[in-house]
Write a protein that binds this ligand. Structure first.
Ligand SMILES: Cc1cc2nc3c(=O)[nH]c(=O)nc-3n(C[C@H](O)[C@H](O)[C@H](O)COP(=O)(O)OP(=O)(O)OC[C@H]3O[C@@H](n4cnc5c(N)ncnc54)[C@H](O)[C@@H]3O)c2cc1C
Length: 415
C-alpha cells in the first residue's frame, strides 16, 4: 500500500531512506532546515568501511577522553557539562566501553556495512549514477610498534569475521602507493573497504529523487509534531503543515531534540569533525587512517581530503583552529611531501556526527509512536551504513521482512 511519508532531515540517511521508499512506490517528501549542501553528510571522509568494526565505546576510550580533555589538539574531546542529557549519555557510553559489548557490536557493524557496500554498488550500476565510488581498500598507517601491534590484532579479528585484511610492511606500502612518500613503519591493510566523494553522491541522489517525484524542501525547520492516539497526525514546519501516514526521523545530531517532542528519550550527542581539502596533487591513491593521530585521508575526485577529530561539545559549528592545525600537522607527519596551506586550512569545514552511547545507530520504531521510524545516530559510520539504513527504513514502512535483524538497533534499547 502506497503511504504518504515525511522524512525529517535530508542528510545521507534521510536521502537513502527516500531512495528506497520511492522505489517501493510510496509518496515521499523530505524536509530539511538547512540549504542541503553542508554538514556531516558533505564533509565526511567518504569511507564505506566494514573495517571500522570496533565501536567508539570500546575499552579504554572513556579514560582516553578524560586524559585528552586538557589537550587542545587531541583527536577526541569530551566537554564536561551539567546538562542532564549529556550526563545520561556519558553514563550510558561509559557502561558500553567494554570488551563484551565490542564482541556483540562488531558482527552487527560488519553486516550493515557490507550490505551497504553491496547496495551502493547496485545504485551506481543500475540507476544512471556516475558518482565517484572506488574499491581500493584502506591503510591503517602506523608509526609505532605498539600501534601496529594493535591494528594488526584488529585486522586478525576482521579476518575472523570474514573480512579481507592483512598486515603490510614498508616495502609493500611503497609498492602499493608509489607516488606518495609515506612515513610509517607498517600498516594493517583492509582490502574490504571502499571510498567515494560524498558531495557527488549527495548531488546525484537529490537530482534522482526530484526526477522520481520526491518533494524536497530545504531551509524549512520542523517545529512541532502533533500526536493523536499514539500516531503522528501532522508535522508543522516553519513554512507549512504536513498531514502524514508515516514519518522518518533522520535529523542526525538534532534527532534527540525532536524525539523529546514525542516523549521519546533518544540518547544522542553531537561529535564534531573537520575536513581540509587540497586540490594540489598529493600522489595519494589509497585511503588511509593515520593511526596514532586518528586522522583520515581520502583521495577523492579531483582533490585529497584530510579529516578528523571527535569533539563532543554540544550542537555548534564553531571551527576550532587548533584542531584543524592538528589534522594538517598529522598529514605532514605521515606524508612528508604534503604541506597544507593557510588558505586550505582557512577553508576547513565541519559536521556533526550523531553519536549514540553504544556505537550502533537507532533504526526502527519506538513503542511510543506507531507511525514513526527513527534512523539516526550513525556516528562515524553514517556513510558506511547509509544505503542499508535506507533499505531497512523502507522495509519497516512497507511492512516487509527486513534484510537484517532490527533488535540491536532498537531506539528503545537500554544501555
Ligand atoms: C569529519 C567527518 C568524517 C566522517 N567520515 C566518515 C566516513 O568516512 N565514513 C562514514 O561512514 N561516516 C563518516 N562520518 C560520519 C557521517 O558523515 C555521518 O554519520 C552521517 O553523515 C550522518 O548522516 P545523517 O543523515 O544522520 O545526519 P546529517 O548529515 O547531519 O543530516 C541531518 C539533517 O537533518 C536536518 N535537520 C535537523 N533538525 C531538523 C529540523 N528540526 N527540521 C528539519 N531538518 C532538520 C539537518 O539540517 C541535517 O541536514 C564522518 C563525519 C565527519 C564529521
Amino acid at each position: 500500500m502506497s503511504k504518504n511519508v515525511l522524512i525529517i532531515g535530508g542528510g545521507i540517511i534521510g536521502l537513502s531512506s527516500a531512495y528506497y521508499l520511492q522505489k517501493e512506490g510510496h509518496r515521499v517528501t523530505v524536509v530539511d532546515q538547512s540549504n542541503l549542501d553542508s554538514g556531516a553528510s558533505y564533509v565526511n571522509a567518504g569511507y564505506l568501511s566494514p573495517s571500522h568494526l570496533i565501536p567508539l565505546s570500546a575499552p579504554g576510550v572513556m579514560k582516553k577522553g578524560l586524559k585528552w580533555m586538557f589537550n587542545p589538539a587531541s583527536p577526541l574531546y569530551i566537554k564536561p557539562r551539567l546538562d542532564p542529557d549529556f550526563l545520561r549519555w556519558s553514563w550510558a557510553f561509559n557502561k558500553s566501553c567494554n570488551q563484551k559489548h565490542v564482541e556483540k557490536a562488531a558482527p552487527v557493524i560488519r553486516d550493515i556495512s557490507v550490505l551497504s557496500q553491496d547496495l551502493m554498488t547496485d545504485i551506481k550500476r543500475g540507476d544512471g549514477f556516475t558518482f565517484h565510488y572506488d574499491k581500493k581498500g584502506l591503510f591503517m598507517l602506523c608509526q609505532t610498534e605498539k600501534m601496529l601491534e594493535e591494528e594488526v590484532k584488529i585486522a586478525e579479528y576482521a579476518k575472523e569475521l570474514g573480512l579481507v585484511a592483512k598486515e603490510v610492511n614498508q616495502d609493500e606500502i611503497k609498492l602499493m602507493e608509489p607516488n606518495a612518500k609515506i612515513n610509517a613503519i607498517g600498516a594493517a591493510y583492509f582490502e574490504c573497504d571502499h571510498h567515494s566523494t560524498p558531495h557527488e553522491f549527495m548531488t546525484e541522489l537529490k537530482r534522482h529523487l526530484t526526477n522520481a517525484g520526491v518533494k524536497i524542501f530545504s531551509n524549512e525547520k520542523v517545529e512541532d509534531i502533533k500526536i493523536k492516539n499514539g500516531k503522528i497526525d501532522s508535522v508543522k514546519t516553519s513554512k507549512q503543515t504536513f498531514n502524514v501516514d508515516e514519518v522518518v526521523m533522520s535529523a542526525g545530531s538534532w534527532s534527540g531534540i525532536l524525539a523529546k517532542k514525542l516523549g521519546i528519550k533518544l540518547l544522542l550527542q553531537a561529535g564534531k569533525g573537520y575536513r581540509i581539502n587540497t586540490e594540489r596533487p598529493t600522489g595519494i591513491t589509497i585511503p588511509a587512517i593515520l593511526a596514532e593521530a586518528k586522522a583520515a585521508v581520502t583521495p577523492m575526485n579531483g582533490f585529497t581530503r584530510f579529516a578528523g577529530t571527535m569533539e563532543i561539545a554540544g550542537i555548534n559549528h564553531n571551527i576550532n583552529k587548533v584542531r584543524v592545525d592538528a589534522i594538517a600537522e598529522a598529514a605532514t607527519q605521515y606524508y612528508p611531501d604534503v604541506k597544507l596551506t593557510v588558505e586550505e586550512k582557512n577553508e576547513a569545514a565541519c559536521g556533526l556526527r550523531p553519536v549514540t552511547p553504544d556505537g550502533l545507530p537507532y533504526i526502527g520504531r519506538s513503542e511510543k509512536c506507531n507511525n514513526l521510524t527513527i534512523a539516526a545516530g550513525h556516528a562515524m559510520m553514517g556513510w558506511s551504513m547509509s544505503t542499508a539504513t535506507g533499505k531497512l527504513v523502507s522495509e519497516i514502512i512497507s511492512e516487509q521482512k527486513t534484510s537484517l535483524q532490527l533488535e540491536p538497533f532498537s531506539p528503545d534499547r537500554k544501555f
